[in-house]
Design a protein around this ligand. Structure first.
Ligand code: ATP
Length: 238
């Protein structure tokens, strides 16, 4: 099986500060892969580089067999790689419907766009019920649903989610996590960045622990969940 995404020896720097120091990992079609690690480990920087928002200082990123490091971000979206950023970045004054339409900005198939909007409303009924309302009136968890729905509107082959559980109640977090599994079961491939290691590892096929710009440990979600060093450092056990 060839990997859908292949990251090799990726390095990213902000000026003189190297935030990502040569990481390698790959994602097979239909997998959920998670990057866990503390604040500042370089997880968001990795996602921003894969999606073309940052230029790497070294290494390669291949998507569907094609080099995409150095490719413009909008072109990468068009190739089928969507990024739901940390902090959601929804447009508060625009309606839910308009926010979803933004996710389809590269598409020219109105019927297909409408079908995907309906799919988003089936996945998250609250978005359909409130489609004409300003997105800023949604709760944090509902805004996260909107951010995921918007990313799906570009018809991605790979969906990258940065901290989808951030600031959510346990019930909302459960809903978001079960939706991630539902998407994977429908065939979506997902790269999930999470500080909530327990939740992320419980549903991931594979996981990588990032520490100050490097991957320190890799394994199946279940392996990492039971790894003693992971339990101590990330699951609050002593
Ligand atoms: P978090 O969950 O807090 O976002 P993270 O693992 O995603 O953590 P990054 O946000 O990728 O980590 O940050 C990695 C390192 O790069 C940190 O030391 C951070 O301070 C630094 N960094 C991030 N963004 C910038 C920036 N725009 N300019 C300079 N340094 C940055």
């Amino acid at each position: 099986m060839t990997a859908l995404l292949e990251v090799e020896d990726l390095r990213v720097a902000y000026g003189k500060i190297e935030a990502v120091k040569g990481i390698s990992f790959s994602i097979e079609q239909g997998q959920i892969v998670t990057l866990i690690g503390t604040n500042g480990a370089g997880k968001s920087t990795t996602l921003r580089t894969i999606s073309g928002l940052l230029k790497p200082a070294g290494g390669t990123v291949r998507f569907n067999g094609e080099r995409i490091d150095g490719t413009a971000a909008n072109k990468i979206v068009g190739m089928g790689l969507a990024h739901s950023p940390e902090g959601r970045r929804i447009f508060a004054r625009m309606s839910i419907e308009e926010n979803l339409q933004l996710g389809a900005f590269l598409r020219r198939d109105p019927a297909g766009i409408q079908a995907d909007m309906d799919r988003a409303y089936t996945l998250f009924p609250i978005l359909g019920e409130r489609r004409k309302q300003a997105a800023g009136t949604l709760s944090g968890g509902e805004q996260q649903m909107l951010a995921m729905g918007r990313a799906l509107m570009s018809q991605p082959k790979l969906l990258m989610l940065d901290e989808p559980s951030m600031g959510l109640s346990p019930i909302m977090m459960q809903k978001i996590m079960s939706t991630i599994v539902e998407l994977r079961d429908q065939g979506m491939t997902i790269l999930l960045v999470e500080q909530n290691a327990q939740a992320a590892l419980s549903l991931a096929d594979r996981g990588h622990v990032m520490e100050i710009g490097k991957i320190s440990l890799s394994g199946t979600g279940a392996d990492l969940l039971h790894d003693e060093s992971v339990r101590k450092a990330y699951l609050g056990e002593d």
